[in-house]
Write a protein that binds this ligand. Sequence first.
Ligand code: SF4
Length: 464
Amino acid sequence: MSLLRHTKGGEVHERQSLTVNPAKTCQPVGAMYAALGINKCLPHSHGSQGCCSYHRSTLSRHYKEPAMAGTSSFTEGSSVFGGQANLLTAIENMFTLYKPDVIAVHTTCLSETIGDDIPQITENAIDKGIVPEGKFVIHANTPSYVGAHPTGFANMTKAMVDYFAKSTREDKVARRVNIIPGYVEPADMAEIKRLAKLMGLDPIMFPDTSGVLDAPQTGVHEMYPAGGVTIDELVAAGDAQQTLALGPVCSGPAAKALYAKCKVPQTTMGLPIGLAATDKMIMAMRSLNGGFVPEEIKYERGRLLDLMTDMHQYFYGKTVALWGDPDQLVGLSELLMSVDMLPKYVVTGTPGKKFLKRMGDVLGDKVHESFVRQGPCADMYLMHQWIKNEPVDLLMGNTYGKYIARDDDIPYVRHGFPILDRVGHQYFSTVGYKGAIRVLEQILNVLMDRQDRDSPEETFELTM
Ligand code: SF4
């Protein structure tokens, strides 16, 4: 039940230091998700067992797959004296028992507060000979009190560049393109790779959770499914012609690090959600392939355009409340604006520069009709207060919105992370032209279901 079930709205009190039902999850969840996108990688949570259980269970509940990971299992002793001994034991045990190629360590609130120096502990592990030849330990600092799951994803993705990418030649390899996909579903990563290959490019995607968190049932347990970017590919990323970073918050830092380290030129753009954003991605790819767009992609684009035209009459003027990750919110808002819907309320608990400006650019002359907030107090409670005062036609966001949907009886499309109460979303892409068709169909279905439900007998129509 939501906190506001029995209230009628009223004055929205400004808060400075209290978050109620945050519109985010914790940093290490994103770091663990990114690490699972490396082939034969075992993520490791340097903190207490409780943290690791939360990270793993959130991922497992969203993807309906086991999210394998280790923990340093902090107790009172490690909280006081530091977690070096625990991490050394963990590294030794994990390489001995589970034989990963990479252990990707992320920190937690506790180990950050203690100030554990992970590179120093890793050096110590190498000196002691407990990191086998040809195996790696990488790390990202992910204190959750200064970030959220998208920043954890960004930090671990940047670590892949810091630890592996190498520039090995004077010239760059033509048509080899690094694609940093952002915090999206495995199906989205597969779809972006498909489009890049159709465009005649040789993509290195990192991280890449397709084939890992949507792997098929074969009857045989695979500790490490076949998917994920390989170490060789991460090394080769340093010789690519270009990096395309999809989403400034999740992908921008790694792309910039790759430029600084290996001088790979980078283009940072929004997630390819909707027609215009996908066009931008395709045109960026076109600038690398000699200037062609294959008929198959033109065909997919045309179908989306046709569908948008057919559906527009039902979308026009509808208002939407959105919550979730900044990169997703900007992309979704652009898609909604393109069919004349208004993102009326938008909140994200994830910090990051330029979100309000990006939203302002997307909203254009509608900016004064919308409420957009970012930060610790931009939470589900604030959004519900706004909705109580002036309802919207649609809710779009992760599972955390279901209480508002039920209490205020508003049509609801689940989108983003985490989705803990439905199954199958990781199999369906929402990026690219095909993905936009799926999102628009989901929206229209809930709006028309609502219309059917509320229609009196005399206006209940077979054809709508
Ligand atoms: S917010 Fe901090 S303490 Fe809580 S689960 Fe995440 S890392 Fe652990």
